[in-house]
Design a protein around this ligand. Structure first.
Ligand SMILES: NC(=O)c1ccc[n+]([C@@H]2O[C@H](COP(=O)([O-])OP(=O)(O)OC[C@H]3O[C@@H](n4cnc5c(N)ncnc54)[C@H](O)[C@@H]3O)[C@@H](O)[C@H]2O)c1
Ligand SMILES: [Zn+2]
Length: 661
């Protein structure tokens, strides 16, 4: 490969991985599966090895984990919390053994399952729990003591009053807890966690420890970081000692004196990986003796005395029987593959989401094909590829008729999904009503998902307008509804009639129209009739509005069903006026790019502030960027901004801009 091409590719991979890291470690919401992520990381490692001149000091290949959220106090780790080097092939285990034997004699290895959770440090003073923190970037983590105290298996008092002890463990969510948490999230129409690891991380990093307490977290302790009051010489000894102190230690640790036996154990853990009550993503092999560990040492990121063997996701072949189209909660028409049942990652699966037409075309999927299926991140089944196409078959074509209400679904610009925009579409009605009633919309107190579903099931409500036709008798007749709460709901419904136009517009759930956009519409037009009379051209003139958003508003009100709904809301006495304002727009559409960690604002807060003042936030630096707001550890974006001569400001500078006008 040419140098210039390699440099560019290294840069691109770095940017990508940094984004995935942020989503995974900071937001607890991964965008891609671990398997795909590992592939990208290894691609980068290989490129950097070949072109070391382009490998930066801060490359994700040299750094551990993620940045901290601002929510928790920072904790500096006395003993650094490293990561582990991944290997995927038994051959690499043999190479590991050779590297070890180059430096030390007769190593004893311990093999343990690798728990798929998140790493924490627990500190004890005089035998009492003192503090607990997340790994963070390995050097600084977050103080999550309060949340850790809710994990029942973490002892608050040790059986021996050691003056000082710091241990490392893996907090995880057992599969049964995960299933319960996800079921609850789905019932409350919240975005469910993608897998137990992210669920564990998200639960441990809750602001409110009462929420953490409901999540059924557990821990396995696997290392002594620091100890005073006794001396320990080997890993095996330390695990046994930790057990005595009252910790729940890593299950099934076995020792081996030759690598072949260790490989057998690793294979057998892999074969049994779905037999555990929790997710494991590999096995760890470690040198047992501490003196030997010291001799072997560590790199900036990993110890040289251990490696993690990662198991590939399980894949199976099956026959595609059918493709069903479902209308999602946002009106998106989603194709689902229905195939002959197979067992994958310990459970029987027969369905996998096919995302959209582009996905189907790309893989060339048609009904009757033999397909390969796996579980991404071991949770969500996905179609990997077609194993055997049928002769002459063409990719399945999704119809644009909504299967739930029969309206014509629209394909939005820039978006692969077809979407049913009929507000009265039965498939979407519950979600629409919940949104309509939510705090930031019409704020109808007491009208949560459960009541909404009950009202729909009872046949009382088919659209938001029906809410205003409810009477107290009907409400009381719903299961578990007392007279008092029924009365409260009626009062709340009445009160909601007087909300400002901007809330109503937001409540309607127009595609792409959030609170801010609804506010802009209300301020610009002042009443609904003027808005209805406007065309996309006029709406797109509003500062902060783009052509796509304007078109979405016009499309929404063009639909007969939505017009009828609006008329009924009007008849019910809902306020349709708002305060017309001459817009005060401080930042005048200037474009900002955020990079690095700001001292006080989170990224989202900064973004919100900029947008509220009429600015735009973009994710990449270009000639069109007006300002780059740089915080600590700003990376490539800063370099690019400098080379393009774009003005660079810090958080203080941003706040000043916001205040100035
Ligand atoms: N999908 C994404 O977007 C995305 C993004 C970033 C990272 N990731 C995933 O995160 C992982 C990388 O994270 P990492 O740096 O924490 O490395 P890692 O999870 O692969 O390995 C290190 C961790 O293993 C844990 N561990 C569990 N059981 C252990 C045991 N018995 N002994 C020792 N350690 C044990 C430790 O807590 C340690 O922090 C990869 O699996 C990667 O795929 C995914
Ligand atoms: Zn529909």
């Amino acid at each position: 490969m040419e140098e210039s091409k390699a440099q560019k590719q290294i840069q691109q991979l770095t940017n990508k991985i940094e984004r995935y890291n942020y989503q995974y470690y900071v937001m607890d919401d991964p965008e891609i599966s671990d398997f795909e992520y590992d592939k990208l990381l290894h691609e980068l490692i290989a490129l950097e090895e070949q072109f070391p001149q382009f490998a930066s000091e801060t490359s994700p290949t040299r750094r551990v984990g993620g940045a901290a959220l601002n929510t928790f106090a920072p904790v500096r780790h006395e003993v650094q919390m490293g990561s582990l080097q991944d290997v995927f092939d038994p051959q690499e285990l043999i190479a590991f053994d050779e590297r070890v034997r180059d430096k030390v004699e007769k190593p004893v290895y311990i093999v343990e399952p690798k728990i798929d959770g998140l790493s924490v440090s627990l500190e004890y003073r005089d035998g009492k729990f003192f503090r607990g923190s997340t790994r963070g970037d390995g050097i600084t983590g977050e103080d999550v003591s309060e949340n850790l105290k809710t994990v029942g298996s973490i002892p608050m008092t040790l059986t021996k009053p050691l003056p000082l002890l710091e241990v490392r463990g893996e907090v995880y969510m057992p599969r049964t807890s995960f299933e319960k948490v996800v079921a609850r999230q789905i019932e409350n129409e919240e975005e469910p966690f993608k897998n137990p690891r992210n669920a564990a991380a998200g639960s441990l990093r809750q602001k409110d420890s009462r929420i953490t307490a409901t999540r059924g977290l557990d821990i396995f302790v696997f290392n002594i970081q620091r100890i005073e009051g006794t001396e320990i010489f080997s890993h095996k000894q330390s695990l046994e000692y930790l057990k005595e102190l009252g910790f729940k230690v890593i299950p099934s640790f076995k020792s081996f004196i030759n690598i072949q036996d260790a490989i057998c154990e690793i294979r057998s853990i892999g074969e049994n990986r779905y037999g555990y009550a929790f997710d494991i993503d590999g096995a760890v092999i470690k040198v047992d003796d501490f003196a030997q560990r010291n001799q072997l040492g560590a790199t900036a990121k990993f110890p040289r005395w251990a490696v993690a063997f990662k198991y590939p996701p399980e894949e199976k072949e099956t026959t595609l029987l059918n493709i069903e189209i479902k209308v999602g909660r946002t009106g998106a028409l989603t194709p689902t593959a229905v195939f002959e049942p197979i067992t994958l990652a310990g459970t029987t699966v027969s369905r996998a989401v096919l995302h959209n037409q582009d996905f189907i075309n790309e893989k060339g999927i048609s009904i009757g094909d033999r397909i390969i299926v796996r579980k991404a991140g071991d949770i969500i089944p996905e179609v990997v590829s077609v194993a055997k196409h049928q002769e002459g078959a063409v990719p399945y074509q999704i119809s644009n008729i909504c299967p739930s209400c029969g309206s014509i679904a629209e394909r939005e610009e820039d978006q692969a999904a077809l979407r049913c925009v009929n507000m009265a579409c039965p498939a979407q009605v519950a979600r629409n009503i919940v949104h309509f009633a939510s705090r930031d919309a019409m704020d109808i107190d007491g009208l949560g998902p459960k009541i909404v579903h009950a009202l729909i099931d009872a046949g009382y409500v088919k659209s938001t307008a029906d809410l205003y036709g409810l009477d107290i008798q009907k409400v009381i007749s719903i299961e578990r509804m007392g007279e008092k709460s029924a009365q409260n709901l009626m009062t709340a419904l009445d009160k909601s009639k007087t909300r400002d136009l901007s809330r109503l517009l937001y409540a309607l759930g127009i595609r792409g129209i959030g609170q801010r956009a609804a506010q802009l519409l209300a301020q610009h037009f002042g009443n609904i009739d003027d808005l209805l009379a406007a065309d996309a051209q006029e709406i797109s003139q509003i500062e902060g509005f783009g052509g796509i958003m304007a078109q979405s508003v016009v499309d929404f009100f063009a639909l007969k069903e939505n017009q009828k709904l609006l008329a009924r809301l009007r008849d019910a006495g809902i306020n349709m006026y708002g305060e017309k304002k001459v817009s005060r727009d401080t930042l005048g559409g200037k474009t900002f790019v955020l990079t690095g960690t700001l001292p006080t604002l989170t990224r989202n807060e900064a973004k919100e502030k900029i947008e509220q003042a009429g600015g735009k936030v973009s994710s990449s630096v270009s000639k069109k960027t007006d300002y780059v707001v740089a915080g600590e550890d700003a990376g490539s974006k800063l370099t690019k901004a400098t080379s393009l001569g774009i003005e660079i400001i810090d958080e203080a500078g941003l706040l000043q801009l916001l205040e100035n006008q």
